[in-house]
Ligand binder design. Structure first.
Ligand SMILES: Nc1nc2c(ncn2[C@@H]2O[C@H](COP(=O)(O)OP(=O)(O)OP(=O)(O)O)[C@@H](O)[C@H]2O)c(=O)[nH]1
Length: 390
């Protein structure tokens, strides 16, 4: 899953680490501690960074802030290790000598221009992985903020600094809007009505079946409702899943009113103490006004507790655009990205939450009923950055 993206992030990490390593600019700890304006090399570097990274308006302020932060950073408990490390390093090795000095001084600064090539490569890589342009920009901006001009204790290696920056930058864009889905369902009045929207063939019906299994495993009963009265064969398709899962399914004749089907399902749930109503809808495009009207009617008639947008991760940028359009047309509460198991790019997984402001809640990771994963931003970040551990 997401192998291309993993490789690209791995390359950036390596490039950025190398660039940072080669260009590490030592900060004289003594002068940092005095916090004097005469702290030329360090101060100038930081101030310059402030101009490049911030909007420019508060450049001087940012520089001053970083300066005083750098004066505060010395960690007494990290020094013995740093000083020890210098004792067995030969004086005649320039590389080691450089590091040794840094170890003694304990800090380094990474300048923006040293990272520009790597950042440019990363931007190209993200875009070619179908990451939305605005999301790629945000990731780069986050990395700059995290990395450039930072003064760190050298006991945190450049590798770790780069890795942390990358983690933070990605976590920031993919964790938008996250909420505790299980908790939300647990506290809502029953039945909880969940409506699934999205275009044809992306795995909506399969996701509803998976959700039924998901709820059953958490002690909630569910009823399915086929609001896709438009497509021939839709009743049979969802009924097959219902039979396989031993779940009740409510459906009407093809061509019937989808809102009426969902209304009946809610009534059934109320009469039978069923906890969750899972409502399928016809695959529609945002441009299809008739079908969008149906969604509005469903909204009016049953007032769903949650509307989940379903699309396939493999659709990449198309899925991102559709998520935005659906959210604009009929506000969604979250998304399910199916077929993540077949997606090597990961662009949709990275972009959907940031673009819609609504979280990705689940990933479909196969065709089986158990192939549904709760989307966890921390796990996702780990997964994306793990391949380059060697
Ligand atoms: N590999 C993989 N296949 C999936 C996943 N989710 C769904 N599929 C497959 O995608 C195909 C389409 O799924 P459906 O559930 O029929 O799609 P749909 O959106 O309901 O389609 P319509 O009913 O036409 O709107 C099926 O063959 C599913 O088995 C997934 O997470 N991974």
């Amino acid at each position: 899953m997401f192998d291309n993206l993993k490789d690209k992030l791995g390359s950036f990490r390596k490039d950025a680490e190398e660039a940072a390593e080669e260009n590490v600019e030592e900060v004289d700890e003594e002068s940092a501690e005095t916090d004097e304006p005469s702290e030329t090399a360090d101060g100038a570097g930081v101030e310059e960074t402030g101009v490049n990274t911030a909007t420019g308006v508060e450049a001087a302020g940012t520089g001053a802030e970083l300066e005083s932060e750098s004066a505060k950073t010395p960690e007494p408990d990290e020094k013995p290790e740093a000083v020890d490390a210098t004792t067995d390093i030969g004086d005649d090795d320039p590389g080691f000598g450089h590091k040794a000095k840094s170890l003694v001084t304990g800090k380094f600064v990474i300048e923006e221009e040293e990272l520009e090539d790597s950042l440019h490569e990363l931007e190209m890589a993200l875009l070619s992985s179908d990451v939305e342009m605005s999301v790629a920009d945000e990731i780069l901006e986050n990395i700059r903020e995290e990395l450039v001009g930072e003064t760190r204790t050298f006991t945190t290696s450049t590798g770790e600094v780069v890795e942390e920056a990358l983690q933070e930058a990605i976590r920031d864009v993919i964790s938008v809007g996250q909420f505790d889905f299980d908790e939300r369902v647990a506290v809502e009045d029953k039945p909880v009505t969940i409506v699934f929207t999205g275009v044809n063939g992306v795995g909506k019906t399969t996701s509803i079946a998976k959700m039924s299994r998901y709820f059953e495993q958490r002690g909630f009963s569910a009823v399915m409702a086929n609001g896709d009265t438009y497509r021939a064969g839709a009743n049979e398709q969802i009924q097959e899943h219902a039979d396989a899962l031993d779940t009740k399914c409510i459906s009407h004749e093809q061509g019937g009113d989808p809102a009426a089907v969902l209304y009946d399902a809610v009534e059934y749930a109320e009469a039978n103490d069923v906890d969750v109503v899972l409502g399928d809808t016809a695959g529609r495009l945002h441009t299809d006004e008739g079908l969008m009207d149906q969604l509005e009617k469903i909204d009016r008639v049953v007032g769903p507790d949650l509307t989940l947008f379903v699309d396939e991760a493999v659709a990449g940028q198309d899925a991102v655009n559709r998520a935005r359009e659906f959210n604009d047309a009929a506000e969604i509460d979250g998304a399910i990205l199916t077929k993540a198991d077949a997606d090597s790019n990961g662009g949709a997984a990275i972009s959907v939450a940031h673009v819609t402001g609504k979280p990705i809640l689940f990933l479909g990771v196969g065709q089986g009923y158990d192939h549904l994963e709760r989307f966890d931003p921390d796990e996702m970040v780990e997964r994306l950055l793990e391949s380059d551990e060697e």
